[in-house]
Design a protein. Sequence first.
Lengths: 299, 184
Amino acid sequence: MLFFLLVGLAVDTVYLGVFTLHGLPVPLATISTLLFSIIMTVTANNFGGHLILTSVGAEKLDIQIPEHRELHNVVTEMALASGCSMPKVYVVYDPAPNAFATGREERSASVCVTTGLLTLLNREETQGVVAHEIAHIRNHDTRVMMLISVLLGGVVLLSDWAQRSLFSSRYGQRHRSHPLIAVPALLLVAVSPLVSRLLAMAVSRQREYLADATAVEFTRNPLGLAKALERIRDANLPFRKATSGTAHLFIANPLRRRIDDREGMLADLLSTHPPINRRILLLYQMAKLPSGAAGGMGL
Amino acid sequence: MSWVIWGALFFIAAWIVWTYNGLVALKHQIQNGWKQIDVQLKRRYDLIPNLIETVKGYMKYEQETLKQVIDARSKAMASNGVKETAAAEGVLTESLGKIFALMENYPDLKANENVLRLQEELTTTENQLAFARQHYNDLVMRFNMRQEVFPANMIASFFRFQPSEFFSVPEAEKTAPRVNLSLS
């Protein structure tokens, strides 16, 4: 919202010259961008979860299949541990082991797991993964991340629009506002897509760490999640139905770019997920075990 | 200067309302947590006769253990209050664990689909019980702590809030291994 306000103000200042004597009496662009952002936010809030579920092809559980029943039971256990109400559970028929949670409220949240994850992980490990997803729900990460993905798209759209209008001919004619005001506005318009993207990724990474920690609070068993992450890492399969827009929702980056396994400033800045090795290491530290020794034991 | 006094009074009143409401909310959450435990306990009572019935034919030489479970179940069903229930449930959990361990010796049992299904049901009930208890105890800890820390303890004692009881695990169960039977 703040970004929309700032971008709208920038457009008003530079392009329409609202804050000069001869400009428009109303900050038109600011109001319209604010309205735009409100509409988008409401849409994302109400339909976002459903859209994402259909886009990856999620299906309801078939309670007759033992694996599905086990998943249902595990989710019930974790819902009890967290004190949340039971989320809806979905599966995606896909060999890549991955999972995500979505939904704006605790009551209307859903957890979605791939069948690859169910076959690859044992009960204890599935429990860790489900706990991580429920942790996202209880921390309201689904809401935070959904808003961020909407804002990210919106800011890029707006700044593109602002850039076009800046370089069109009308700017020259309306040169009455002080040029110094225009400089920060210009800068903001140019930089906002990049900044918003980096911000979104930084938030997403911190939320992953937080969800890992909260998951351990629920299961009191850091090794379950650590082993699950190890298996997901070693399986090394991309989840093809995920897009860059929904990547941040998953437990492990579904796009599997090389950069995610590296550590260092640049990799840290550009990825939606923290390096998976670092997450595993932190979980082993919670269990007070050195990662090397226990890692061999787990597999 | 009078508005300063009014402002201070307003903030104090707001703080009292906030603290009181927080305590009441926690109290109800604890009650709800206890209900969740109760649901799991009931479910376990219902499942045990099924398990015994299915297993009886196979485990001819373990009649003593089976009888122990039935006894522990009826004792747990008759108990009242947090402390007594916790103790009786501990015994039941232990004897169930024994049966699960013994079942490993009977390959016929593990091939039976009915038994596998029951086993998963009981495993999840045991886990749900453990997690419901964990959540309940976390809530009790928060509730009791908030009643004791200054200055909220003044509100708590004025409105006569009582500390809640933990659902504590009896000594016997602490030594018993946690039931964890996966189907895979």
